[in-house]
Ligand binder design. Structure first.
Ligand code: B3K
Ligand code: ZN
Length: 864
């Protein structure tokens, strides 16, 4: 397989001015006619005599240049595309190709899901539809005509505005679309089918009426309202916070059941995984609603950050993704609880992104090389990318950041840009030098920020000694690290301080910047002995290494003035037991929990986060020795201990909140349910009536959050009633695919020797379908990602299950197979016995005939 390098970028030799596409839809033989107006790129060297157009799996039916049919010597075709052997400065290329959407199980290009046609083109799927310059820096004006059977496909959609529609002979009809905004082909979309419509309207701040259309499978309208509300909220939010208004007169969203990822921001016609659209309180959990709101927001926000300004090349992916994730995080923070959202986002960084940065696929947020671009839609590019944008926001402030955004749009609207362009706009708009900051874009790996401190009472000075350290080979330069901090005094008070160097005078919280490998920061006017509370709100994606005593951690957990750091202190305290194996500390954890849970002034959403023991992925990442068995055991021990030690507290909370919980979806109700169900989970270790309570909650449940918690607790605690509940859940929900995903996922994550057998049975159940990515993720990815004990079985049987699934799936869907292969990325850290099993399984995968480059890239790097 070929490796592509960022340093090799060259502007395209030709540009495409307009594209006219005609689709004659037929599941097995769709005809795609294309007319491209090409002209030489004034920015190129002007020498190219040949032109290459990408095209894969296309059967050429006809080809013309300027209305002249080409003969065989005029062009060459191979498995990657079409070369035109002699081209002039300006010409029209017409082609007609045939494709087979019904047999496209890769779900890339044009494919059939259920009874409808849909597309997925990002990153490089458009080349499976027609011959084209499939690269994001070729922006064109699209005209699209779709023809299809009128009965089967009453709805024919594409990007932009509908220009025309009408009937044709043989019960066919057509629609014609025009997208006035120049776009790269990865934003092209087409949908055809028979769907239900939820229609609404949004009036923009300048008074324009936008038609909103949400299309779902027949019969699912009762699960579509929340998504529509989320869309309207997102539109209003982007106007208010970013002053960005929607630009077309129509915004469409279509939900499809077979989708490789979450959703896609195609101009004016988003295509979504049903998982991020469909939910009502009976079918979707509180978490589902939050996810829907955030993904609907994310795709909507791409209209400006991604579509109006797109990426010059795929190495720049974080330009749109990091920025848009940051924007969707802000949206959720503003809609819900800012502190709790921050905790949830940091958990993703610490459990998944830090692991990726430490593993075989580590890459900077702007990668330098790839074999298969689809492998780089990662937590690093997305979530660490968002952390990098957040640091800019922290450094420049809301106003400065918005100034930078305005300049960015002023400079780059309607074009394809780079990460450097973005940083330059931020820097120029604020006269802020970001040269050193840019190492965040070019270096991989997670830096450790070590801090020591000493207090000089006579001078009222606190000295903070920072040293930064990054083990990754790509990282030789020190980072520019914003550190928000405060000082906690002995009476739980926030102690003020000053710093001439950083322009802070008598503040209780302030921002300092660490730029040197070793750096001392003096805080003056510190009137008493304090505990520094550093990196508040996780102002940089680093590992903070500071030597607190157990007492200091417990103290910060109770008293830190920053909600995020308070939570973090609790997490660190628990790791003293889980990783550092300090047995005696469990008493102080219980004490700290009791104090927290009894404090009426604290919000229940925060409490629910605090009582969550760090997950095994995070623990494994943080444990220098990756001792799987010990981490699993100690985590169980701690949970059980806390269950018993706080027996009264859990059941009091459960009873209190159970009464309080209702059918509402507002923040307080969601928080109450979260804490209540966390309590029920702990109660399983003590309360005798526990099983009866679980059964009752399951039977009475009107909300999926309630029903699923009971179902999950019954399974995870292996209660006697578990199999009955599992069956009842199935009987009730077997015809709701999204609910069945939950049913599969919970069973796949049970820590029991029997789980492998269970999975073998489940994969033959009629609700399972290996061609459906949601099902694969529910059963196999959940098992590998969340079921530590069984995936890492010492006999290697867990690894074998996943390796065999990868081999099976790679036959038809490379992207899903490659994603599953990433589950082996922690291999290097495993003990020898497990490592040997992983290697054995991965060798089997790499030896597979016709292995995709997607899986090859992941597995070959893992085996290195
Ligand atoms: N841009 C798409 C992701 C495309 C993934 C291609 N393998 C969704 C998003 O980030 O909004
Ligand atoms: Zn995105």
């Amino acid at each position: 397989p070929v490796t592509h390098y960022r340093k090799d970028y060259l502007p395209p030799d030709f540009l495409i001015e307009t594209v006219k596409l005609k689709f004659e839809l037929d599941p097995n033989a769709t005809l795609v006619s294309s007319e491209l107006m090409l002209r030489r790129n004034p920015q190129s060297d002007g020498l190219a005599q040949k032109l290459f157009l990408n095209g894969e799996g296309l059967t050429l039916k006809a080809i013309f240049i300027d209305d002249e049919e080409l003969t065989e010597k005029d062009y060459d075709i191979d498995e990657s595309g079409l070369t035109l052997n002699r081209v002039s400065d300006r010409f029209v290329l017409k082609t007609c190709v045939e494709i087979d959407p019904a047999n496209n199980a890769a779900l890339e290009g044009l494919y059939v899901s259920g009874d409808k046609f849909c597309t997925q083109c990002e990153a490089e799927g458009f080349r499976k539809i027609t011959f084209y310059m499939d690269r994001p820096d070729v922006l064109a004006e699209f005209f699209v005509r779709i023809e299809a059977d009128k009965t089967q496909y009453p709805l024919l959609l594409s990007n932009g505005n509908k220009l025309d529609s009408g009937d044709l002979s043989e019960n066919k009809h057509y629609t014609e679309w025009h997208d006035p905004f120049l776009k790269p082909c990865y934003l092209f979309a087409l949908v055809a089918g028979d769907l239900d419509l939820l229609a609404d309207e949004f009036v923009t701040h300048s008074g324009r009426k936008i038609a909103l259309e949400l299309y779902v499978d027949k019969g699912k309208l009762d699960q579509s309202q929340f998504a529509m509300e989320s869309l309207k909220n997102a539109m209003a939010w982007d106007e208010k916070r970013y002053n960005l208004e929607y630009d077309l007169d129509l915004y469409m969203i279509v939900a499809v059941g077979d989708f490789n990822m979450g959703a896609m921001e195609n101009k004016g016609l988003n295509i979504f995984n049903t998982k991020y659209v469909l939910a009502n309180p009976a079918t979707g959990t509180d978490q589902d609603f939050e996810n829907i709101e955030s993904v609907i927001g994310h795709e909507y926000f791409h209209n400006w950050t991604g579509n109006r300004v797109t990426c010059r090349d795929w190495f720049q992916l974080s330009l749109k993704e990091g920025l848009t994730v940051f924007r969707d995080q802000q949206f959720t923070e503003d809609m819900r609880s800012k502190a709790v959202k921050r905790i949830d986002d940091v958990k993703v960084i610490r459990s998944y992104q830090f692991a990726e940065d430490a593993g075989p696929m580590a890459h900077p947020i702007r990668p330098d090389a790839y074999i298969e671009m689809n492998n780089f839609y990662t937590v690093t590019v997305y979530n660490k990318g968002a952390e990098v944008i957040r640091m800019l926001h922290t450094l420049l402030g809301e106003e400065g950041f918005q100034k930078g955004m305005s300049l960015y749009f002023k400079r780059h609207d309607g074009s394809a840009a780079t990460c450097d362009d973005f940083v330059a706009a931020m820097s120029d708009a604020n006269q802020f030098n970001l040269d050193q900051f840019k190492y965040w874009y070019s270096q991989a790996g997670t830096p450790t920020l070590r801090v020591d401190y000493d207090y000089d009472e006579s001078n009222q000075c606190l000295k903070l000694h920072f040293s930064q350290n990054n083990a990754h080979e790509s990282a030789s330069e020190p980072y520019f690290i914003p550190v928000k901090l405060g000082l906690v005094g002995t009476k739980g008070n926030q102690v003020s301080f000053s710093s001439a160097e950083f322009g802070l005078t008598n503040v209780e919280e302030g921002l300092i910047i660490v730029t040197q490998p070793n750096q001392t920061v003096n805080l003056e006017g510190v009137s008493e002995e304090v505990i520094p509370s550093l990196l508040r709100d996780f102002t940089a994606p680093v590992k903070l290494d500071i030597n607190y005593s157990d007492q200091q951690l417990a103290y910060l957990f109770a008293n830190d003035g920053n909600t995020f750091n308070r939570w973090d202190a609790g997490q660190r305290l628990m790791q003293r037991f889980l990783i550092d194996e300090e047995d005696s500390i469990k008493e102080s954890i219980a004490e700290a929990f009791r104090a927290l849970l009894n404090d009426q002034s604290i919000d229940n959403a925060f409490k629910a986060r605090c009582v969550q023991i760090p997950d095994l992925k995070t623990l494994f990442e943080n444990d220098p020795n990756g001792r799987i068995d010990s981490l699993i055991e100690r985590r169980k021990t701690l949970k059980k201990f806390l269950g018993i030690a706080l027996e009264d507290t859990w059941s009091r909370l459960y009873n209190q909140l159970h009464r309080a919980s209702d059918l509402d979806l507002d923040g307080v109700s969601v928080a109450n349910r979260a804490l209540k169900n966390a309590s029920l989970d702990y109660m399983a270790f003590s309360s005798e009536q526990h099983e009866a309570i679980v059964i009752k909650q399951f039977e009475d449940a009107k909300l999926m959050t309630e029903e699923l918690s009971a179902f999950s607790i019954a399974n995870h605690h292996e209660l006697e009633v578990a199999s009955k509940i599992t069956q009842a859940f199935y009987d009730k929900w077997h015809s709701e695919p999204l609910v069945m995903d939950k049913w599969l996922a919970i069973q796949a994550s049970v820590d029991s020797l029997d789980t492998l057998n269970r999975i073998q049975t489940l994969r033959h159940d009629r609700v399972f379908n290996i061609k459906n990515p949601n099902k694969v993720r529910a059963l196999f990815s959940t098992f590998a990602a969340l079921n530590f004990s069984q995936f890492h079985r010492i006999d290697g049987a867990g690894y074998r299950l996943i390796a065999e699934a990868i081999i099976e799936i790679d036959e038809f869907n490379n992207q899903v197979a490659a994603n599953l292969a990433k589950q082996f990325s922690s291999a290097a850290k495993l003990d020898d016995a497990r490592k040997m099993h992983v290697q054995q399984q991965l060798k089997k995968v790499i030896d597979k005939e016709n292995l995709s480059k997607d899986v090859f890239e992941v597995v070959s790097k893992t085996l290195e």
